[in-house]
Design a protein around this ligand. Structure first.
Ligand code: HEM
Length: 375
């Protein structure tokens, strides 16, 4: 059994977090609190720390930042891809880069699980890793690369900066079953969502904050087509969708019954993935219909539009719209719809907590030399 620790509770104390929330539903811990908490509590030193690679690979964080920035200029889609990737890694057995492992001889990988079939961004991580292996071989873990690359992506997409400690180690195995059954599904209702996040220590406010990640990127129609035509086997659309928005989504997605059949679980067909190799090496794939999260083209990046849409019954996924189905979560949706800076603060805190979830630290885990294979 691998020894895992949840650093989240140490860094952003869950006690102080819930205390501040019980005072008022719209209060939030000020960012300065995070600075206070850099002082380690008495007891054994935390295994994660700021600038963990200062002595061993001083250029690591800057290298990650530069590679992400440079690739973002070529392909801005990498930002949402990397943000989604870190979520799918950390949610399954913690932030251990298990999502990056390729299937081995006769062994399945998390990549094979239905919710992960449409993940992208693996090539970006490979690019960063090979650059780091060049400058300091065998030092920087894939798990740290993933959280730092996602942080950089959030900033590039107009979201907040958040401080991250480092020192995560990589797992030596993949957890395809947990990925299949534990990752939230597009058709999950609020109680499923609360249960899945809650069992990982996230409260309702944090869930609403994290789902704000759906301000960026895109969603393939197959994940919500049932809402447009045959919701819950009724042969009718989901009555909770705003009618104008329903028409808009139908015009974008059409009614491809193949996709429709796959709507309950993510597609088995290969999703087009980013290739940073020369285009001649990339197979020609037909892009499946999808919709931009920022479908109105506000371009304001990471913000309140997502929550405003939910209040107008214009959530794209059923799971998104479910945030308005409970009183407490709906209050947070209302709050974030009108308070961008509070959303940014709380999103930052929730991302720190996600990035520290059940990390592997010395003496557990390993540093992979290739993020796709165990060392
Ligand atoms: C109830 C929880 C969630 C569900 C059901 C869900 C489901 C999905 C689905 C189905 C997609 C579309 C994938 C595609 O079409 O290829 C998607 C995209 C995305 N998700 Fe989530 N997600 C959830 C929570 C989160 C969280 C917590 C984050 C990050 C903190 C996140 C980040 C993203 C991003 C950034 C994209 C866009 C990816 C891209 O354009 O490449 N999601 N999500």
């Amino acid at each position: 059994e691998i020894n895992r620790s949840s650093q989240a509770g140490n860094w952003v104390s869950s006690d102080s977090y819930s205390v501040s929330h019980s005072e008022s539903p719209i209060s939030s811990p000020p960012m300065s609190r995070t600075i206070e908490m850099e002082i380690e509590p008495p007891g054994p030193p935390l295994s994660l720390r700021y600038d963990y690679y200062r002595e061993t690979c001083s250029g690591a964080e800057q290298t990650i930042k530069s590679v992400v920035q440079n690739l973002y200029l070529l392909k801005p889609d990498i930002a949402p891809s990397l943000l989604r990737l870190v979520f799918h890694d950390c949610f399954v057995q913690g932030c251990d880069a298990s999502v990056l492992l390729d299937p081995g001889d006769g062994t399945e990988s998390e990549k094979d699980s239905p919710p992960n079939k449409s993940l992208k961004g693996f090539e970006v991580i490979d690019n960063i890793k090979s650059e780091l292996e060049r400058i300091c071989p065998g030092v920087v873990s894939c798990a740290d690369i993933l959280v730092l690359a996602a942080r950089e992506s959030v900033i590039l997409a107009g979201g907040p900066f958040y401080p991250l400690q480092t020192g995560r180690k990589d797992s030596n195995m993949s957890f395809p079953e947990e990925a299949t059954y534990q990752l939230p599904r597009p058709q999950d209702d609020l109680s499923n969502i609360i249960e899945k996040f809650g069992s990982r220590g996230f409260n309702k406010e944090e869930i609403v904050s994290l789902l704000g990640a759906h301000s960026i990127g895109k969603i393939h129609c197959k994940f919500f087509l049932n809402r447009l035509y045959n919701f819950g086997g009724t042969d009718q659309p989901d009555p909770s969708i705003d009618s104008e928005f329903l028409n808009f989504l139908r015009s974008k997605c059409g009614n491809n019954t193949t996709s429709f059949n796959q709507s309950a679980s993510p597609s088995l067909s290969p999703a087009p993935s980013l290739s940073l190799a020369p285009s001649s090496a990339a197979p020609a794939l037909v892009e499946e219909p999808s919709i931009e999260m920022d479908y109105e083209g506000h371009g304001s990046g990471f913000g309140t539009i997502y929550y405003q849409s939910l209040l107008q019954s214009r959530g794209i996924l059923y799971a998104d719209q479910q945030l308005t189905a409970g009183e407490e979560t709906k209050n947070w949706v209302r709050t974030y719809a009108s308070d961008l800076s509070l959303f940014h603060k709380n999103f930052a805190l929730a991302m720190i907590k996600l990035s520290n979830h059940r990390v592997l630290t010395v003496p557990s885990g390993q540093v992979r030399l290739d993020c796709r294979r165990v060392a």
